[in-house]
Design a protein around this ligand. Structure first.
Ligand SMILES: *[C@@H]1O[C@H](CO)[C@@H](O)[C@H](O)[C@H]1NC(C)=O
Ligand SMILES: *[C@@H]1O[C@H](CO)[C@@H](O)[C@H](O)[C@H]1NC(C)=O
Ligand SMILES: *[C@@H]1O[C@H](CO)[C@@H](O)[C@H](O)[C@H]1NC(C)=O
Ligand SMILES: *[C@@H]1O[C@H](CO)[C@@H](O)[C@H](O)[C@H]1NC(C)=O
Ligand SMILES: *[C@@H]1O[C@H](CO)[C@@H](O)[C@H](O)[C@H]1NC(C)=O
Ligand SMILES: *[C@@H]1O[C@H](CO)[C@@H](O)[C@H](O)[C@H]1NC(C)=O
Ligand SMILES: *[C@@H]1O[C@H](CO)[C@@H](O)[C@H](O)[C@H]1NC(C)=O
Length: 804
């Protein structure tokens, strides 16, 4: 990271001098300096009229936003590969000025004005006393400030953000982020990030004809999402290490937490709030985002349309049968009906399975039969109705819709939408129409790659500064491929509808015991076994391969209690945590359904010597990130309590994912001590001394176990067996792995202790400094005194920093 910062510095220095030389050469009056004095101005016509912060990172000037349209902006100086820049602020985003005669000036009265030929377009009027002198400075933080001679700030751009917060720029009750309209149109869009009247930081859709909150999830109480309404200070700020904290207790750390890369928190045009880090090669990577499934962002596809989300492709928009895309250049306008319908017309209902339109129903009617629901819909002149089985009621609920918005199709949703169409409408058994987006237009959507980070070992190339911006390489044509299984005149078949329902807003599915029995062919193929249960491979009804775990817990725990815990686990979402797809709680059976990992556990791979140094390092870092997320970043504080190679699984690319978390008692972040563990958990060899000495159980027990896993990975020696040693008198015994490694480090041959403890199976193609760093980290983690161990995010930082 330090290296990267240096590169940035060098590159910007070089870039700056190039600019200056260029301007001198062209004989232009360049103002490539960080300030603009009172009485002077920056002109749109002179490309050299740009302020550059003294560290070279930021530039301020007129930026072209369209044909002959300019906005006074601040941007990251270094361009992206396509020549565009990453803008962080705009003065006049909704009123661009002409490319002729427009300018920004500081008047003698300390007013900043932007003029377009004649009229004043934008103004900051900070008149203090007459004759006081001021100048506009572009600071290294990206803040543009109007300061007096004694450094008194009269005005600063940090006080009026557009769609981006920079590190150190607070958001408070008078400020809000407003998204851009589209990727290419920077004027104010429909999404906002703001402190609501109840002091909670929220993302809000403020469309032309509708307004709704979509983050935090409005179907779950704020309190259950870790927010508080009682702190009215309403401030939030991102710091330079990637830690964001807000007065409503919302906080997170970037996945690359630590001082180093430049970061920005941007409310993107698609309504998602993302934290970006500028990585070594000048590419912006997403290191946190508010919504992992962008179909849950309200207004994603416009009214009457249905969004479906594919993690590989992002969201796709489409129209239901009988509807067509309204504006072929823009999904914001959604779909419109191809028919006219009045309340008294004869109608049919088309059945759309797994489709949910969020909100806009007259009533939530419990225990309704299908015929009753249909009647309610017809009587209320509805557009459609949603009919869904709720196991907790043991009955169906009925929602009659007066608008079709926030449409979302996902296979784990068991409800069905019945869409009203005129009887005369010719849809019977015709192939479903496909409405494609015109690919030549600019309506493209960003790929949602959560936590996708490049782990670069390549030498840095300062010339490739901004090789690409995230998403630009990943342009895609959004088009619709909807295959609606609709049949007409058929009343719903209860047996097909009970096969799973969505636990409100947790996004995962309930399975029946018989479904899982069938999926695993009678619990036939065992792929793992541990303290909490046996894991089987299975194929779910939708052909996905899953790992199905039968828990050993006695069923005295009620289903509600079980569900409460499981839904918390199901909400954890991180690339280094195994994903839970669903559960089963039926009679005495308790099962969990997880994604299946092709390469099995770290334990198996260590045994078969299939891991070289690079993979082991990746596994060490990935596992640390997963655990750091569990400990510190997610809404509920989760201790793993059984970190060991059997619980670290590897996907097809050998990326690690931690499994089996959350099965230990969930701890509340507020409780200072992790009390509440009645019985010892964990595995011999990996357990921290606290268990033995009956000390408070905190996150530090996981750190200890993680340290042991690192040692095992590096030495290839099993901690549960220990290391056989021979004493000076020829006596033989087994030494604890960490004691052995520490002994080697302190021992006589201390200069080559690393080589002495290494697993020969790892090969020789390793970086000794990185390796030594990793062993040092492992030794710190296995300190006997828990106060001496680092936290998991410090571990991540140490590992990432130690990388070359
Ligand atoms: C951006 O969108 C707004 C509203 O649709 C429109 O008025 C404006 O002309 C657009 N600007 C550009 C540069 O396309
Ligand atoms: C700025 O404020 C001063 C004093 O408040 C006022 O006299 C002046 O007219 C204002 N200028 C503009 C452009 O509004
Ligand atoms: C104002 O800030 C500049 C740069 O930080 C510093 O050099 C200067 O001494 C400061 N002036 C006063 C009056 O504090
Ligand atoms: C929502 O948008 C309308 C205009 O479209 C605007 O008047 C209103 O202030 C906006 N609300 C918020 C909270 O930004
Ligand atoms: C409210 O939030 C602010 C800012 O995050 C914090 O400094 C303060 O301690 C909080 N107050 C309470 C009572 O928690
Ligand atoms: C649903 O309604 C039927 C009759 O209307 C009644 O017999 C049944 O007990 C109700 N079920 C629930 C769960 O309320
Ligand atoms: C796609 O859009 C472009 C520009 O908006 C237009 O010229 C072209 O005819 C459109 N193609 C189709 C198939 O609609």
């Amino acid at each position: 990271m330090n290296f990267a910062a240096q590169e940035i510095f060098m590159a910007t220095k070089c870039f700056k001098s190039m600019l200056i030389i260029l301007f001198l050469f062209l004989g232009l009056t360049s103002s490539a300096v960080p300030y603009l004095s009172q009485g002077s101005s920056l002109s749109v016509e002179n490309p050299g009229d740009v302020l550059i912060s003294s560290n070279g990172m930021f530039s301020a000037g007129f930026y072209p936003v369209g044909q002959n349209a300019y906005c006074f902006s601040i941007w990251f100086t270094k361009p992206c590969h396509d020549g565009s820049h990453t803008l962080v602020w705009m003065a006049n985003r909704d009123v661009p000025v002409n490319g002729k005669r427009s300018k920004l000036s500081i008047l003698e009265t300390n007013e900043i004005i932007i003029t377009d030929a004649e009229p004043v377009i934008w103004t900051i009027n900070k008149s203090v006393k007459d004759g006081s002198w001021s100048q506009l400075n572009l600071l290294d933080s990206g803040n543009l400030v109007l300061q007096t001679r004694d450094n008194l700030t009269l005005w600063q751009s940090f006080d009026s953000p557009t769609d981006t917060l920079l590190p150190g720029q607070p958001l408070n009750q008078h400020k809000r982020l407003v998204s851009a309209r589209s990727r290419t149109n920077h004027s104010s869009g429909k999404y906002r990030l703001l402190f609501d009247d109840d002091n909670v930081l929220r993302l809000v859709l403020n469309g032309s004809d509708t307004s709704s909150i979509y983050w935090p999830d409005s179907t779950i109480l704020d309190y259950h999402q870790g927010r508080t309404r009682y702190n009215y200070s309403r401030t939030a700020v991102l710091d330079s290490s990637g830690y964001f904290t807000s007065s409503d207790k919302m906080e997170f750390r970037s996945t690359d937490f630590g001082i180093g890369p430049w970061r920005r928190l941007t409310l993107d045009f698609d309504g998602n709030l993302r934290l970006y880090s500028l990585e070594e090669q000048g590419v912006w990577f997403v290191t946190w985002q508010a919504m992992s499934n962008s179909c849950r962002i309200h207004g994603a596809c416009g009214p009457n349309s249905i969004c479906s989300y594919d993690p590989g492709w992002g969201p796709k928009c489409g129209c239901p049968p009988g509807f067509k895309m309204k504006n072929h250049a823009d999904w914001n306008d959604g779909c419109e009906p191809e028919f006219e319908l009045s309340c008294n017309d004869d109608v049919n209902f088309v059945q759309l399975r797994h489709v949910n339109f969020f909100g806009y129903h007259y009533d939530n009617l419990r225990n309704y039969t299908f015929q009753e629901c249909l009647r309610v819909c017809l009587d209320s002149c509805c557009k459609a109705f949603q009919y869904r089985y709720f196991p907790e009621d043991g009955a169906y609920r009925c929602y009659s819709k007066w608008e079709l918005r926030n449409g979302h199709r996902y296979n784990s949703y068991s409800g069905t939408l019945y869409l009203k169409l005129p009887k005369s409408f010719p849809y019977n058994n015709k192939p479903v129409r496909e409405f494609k987006l015109n690919c030549s237009n600019k309506q493209t959507r960003q790929l949602d790659r959560l936590y996708l980070k490049k782990t670069g070992y390549e030498t840095l190339n300062i010339l490739i500064w901004c090789a690409s911006i995230i998403g630009l390489l990943e342009l895609m044509c959004v088009f619709l491929v909807f295959v609606f299984l609709y049949r007409t005149g058929e009343s719903p078949d209860a047996s097909t509808m009970t096969s799973g329902y969505l636990v409100a807003a947790t996004g995962f599915k309930r399975f029946t015991y018989s479904e899982l029995k069938k999926a695993t062919r009678g619990f036939h193929e065992e792929i793992g076994r541990g303290g909490s249960g046996v894991v089987y491979k299975g194929v779910l009804p939708d052909q996905q391969i899953a790992a199905i775990k039968r828990l050993n817990i006695e069923a005295h725990q009620g289903e509600d209690e079980f569900l409460a815990e499981v839904s918390t686990i199901g909400r954890l979402n991180h690339m280094n945590l195994i994903e839970m797809w669903g559960y089963c709680a039926e009679g005495k059976h308790r099962l969990l359904v997880y994604e299946y990992m092709e390469n099995g556990s770290l334990a198996n791979n260590l045994m078969s010597n299939s891991l070289d140094w690079k993979r082991r390092l990746d596994i060490a870092v990935g596992t640390a990130k997963g655990l750091a997320y569990l400990h510190e970043e997610c809404l509920e504080w989760v201790l793993h309590c059984d970190v060991k190679p059997h619980n670290i699984l590897l996907d097809s690319n050998y990326h690690p994912k931690v499994s089996d978390f959350g099965l230990s008692k969930l701890l509340n972040q507020d409780s200072p001590k992790g009390s509440g563990f009645s019985k010892i958990r964990g595995t011999r060899g990996y357990m921290a001394p606290e268990w033995v000495y009956n000390l408070p159980i905190t996150a530090k027990v996981d750190i200890y176990s993680y340290g042991i896993v690192l040692l095992e990975m590096m030495t290839g020696k099993s901690p549960s067996v220990g290391v056989p040693v021979v004493g000076t008198n020829g006596e033989k015994w087994h030494q604890r792995l960490e004691t052995w490694v520490k002994g080697k480090k302190m021992g006589a041959s201390a200069t080559c202790w690393v080589e002495e403890v290494l697993d020969p199976a790892m090969g020789y193609d390793y970086d000794r400094n990185e390796l030594e760093n990793l062993l040092e980290v492992a030794i710190k983690c296995t300190e006997a005194d828990r106060h001496g161990r680092p936290s998991m995010s410090q571990v991540v930082q140490m590992l990432v920093r130690g990388r070359n």
